[in-house]
Design a protein around this ligand. Structure first.
Ligand code: TYM
Length: 341
């Protein structure tokens, strides 16, 4: 086990729906870059996917599909450990121990819980409510130092910090490393819907036109950008002037994140021009980013046995890294777990 000083990166994604541009810019392409800087563990949060209604057949294929999408995006199983977290039982086990440390009040404040349960709290699953505790287990199990996520996950990572600190304090141990949310700069942290610049791009949005999916054809990407909501004004030269124009700000932010330019540079290029000019340029930039990934995705999809082997291998490596922390956690609370369990 590496010490607290060395950098260990852990992050996950739910294997539901297609990988979309928000996932890619907010998380996955940043994971890809971090592979060369640190020890990385990335997983498919398939246990999280159970918190809302599931179709077992669909879930099974979604796990493979998302694994293929991550590899197509550049996650390299020779550099990173890639696995499905249901294949490492230590996640669920630690979640129980941490569930006895986390407070109901903390979970009640989670905005994702409030959003997802809506007015139907009583009818929501206990899993939906407790899911941030499982997420804390996902992170603390590996003593992660950095958790690269989009802005919408910040509150969950802060909760994991609070749980780590309370557990360490309650049991007078220095077991868990309070993790840092590691959020990408600028617009990539929060990619918004193409239909409403005040709502995040999300796989749960009923309108497919609200998001760009990795599996969208070039024509569909161009069509979605053409139809993206905008306003009639030309683009300004000052980023502050985008503050009251959420849709324009989002499209400029996406262009900047995709090309690697700053928002200032993008505006310097397009100031004074309308969306009739900007949108085709944005569509071209997106197609240039996504087409090679989609081509790779199509290849990996054809090889489910390779994907299964790779995930199995990743799960074995992850389980070995998780075992000492889980044993210590049991020990800390006064339980001893059979060593060969
Ligand atoms: P999930 O599956 O909703 O999203 C995966 C990653 O994509 C980021 N993301 C976005 N970033 C910018 N703009 C957007 N519109 C956008 N939409 C999604 C998310 O912030 C996330 O980084 N609970 C997590 C999965 C998880 C996890 C973990 C993450 C489970 N255990 C432990 C980190 C550490 C989730 O549902 O992400």
């Amino acid at each position: 086990m590496s010490s607290e000083q060395s950098m260990r990166v852990v992050s996950g994604i739910q294997p539901t729906g297609d990988l979309h541009l928000g996932n890619l810019l907010g998380a996955i392409l940043r994971w890809v870059r971090m592979q060369d800087e640190a020890e990385c563990l990335f997983f498919l949060a398939d246990l999280h996917a159970l918190t809302i209604d599931v179709d077992p057949q669909q879930l099974r294929s979604s796990v493979r599909e998302m694994a293929a999408a991550l590899i197509a995006s550049g996650i390299d199983a020779n550099k990173s450990i890639l696995f499905a977290h249901s294949a490492v039982p230590a996640h669920a086990e630690l979640a129980w121990l941490l569930g006895c440390t986390a407070r109901m009040g903390w979970l009640n404040r989670m905005t994702q819980w409030k959003d997802k349960a809506g007015k139907n709290r009583e009818g929501s699953s206990l899993g939906l409510f407790a899911y941030p505790v499982l997420q804390a287990a996902d992170i603390l199990l590996y003593r992660a130092t950095h958790v690269p996520v989009g802005d919408d996950q910040k509150q969950h990572i802060e909760l994991a910090r609070d749980i780590a600190i309370k557990f360490n304090t309650d049991f007078d141990v220095e077991l868990f490393v309070p993790p840092e949310p590691f959020i990408g700069g600028g617009s990539a942290a929060r990619v918004m819907s193409l239909r409403d610049g005040t709502a995040k791009m999300s796989k749960s949005d009923p309108s497919d036109m609200s998001r760009i999916n990795l599996s969208d054809s070039d024509d569909l990407v161009a069509q979605k950008i053409r139809k993206a909501k905008t306003d009639p004004e030309p683009l300004p030269d000052d980023p502050k002037l985008l503050d009251r124009r959420p849709e324009a700000r989002n499209l400029v932010g996406i262009y900047a994140a995709v090309t690697g330019d700053s928002v200032e540079e993008v505006l310097a290029r397009f100031a004074g021009q309308g969306f009739g000019t900007f949108k085709p340029a944005l569509a071209d930039a997106l197609v240039a980013l996504l087409t090679p990934l989609r081509t790779r995705l199509d290849e990996f999809r054809k090889d489910p046995a390779m994907l299964d082997n790779l995930l199995e291998d990743g799960a074995a490596k992850a389980a070995a890294l998780a075992a000492p922390t889980l044993a210590n956690a049991y020990d800390s609370v006064g339980l001893s777990r059979a060593r060969n369990a």
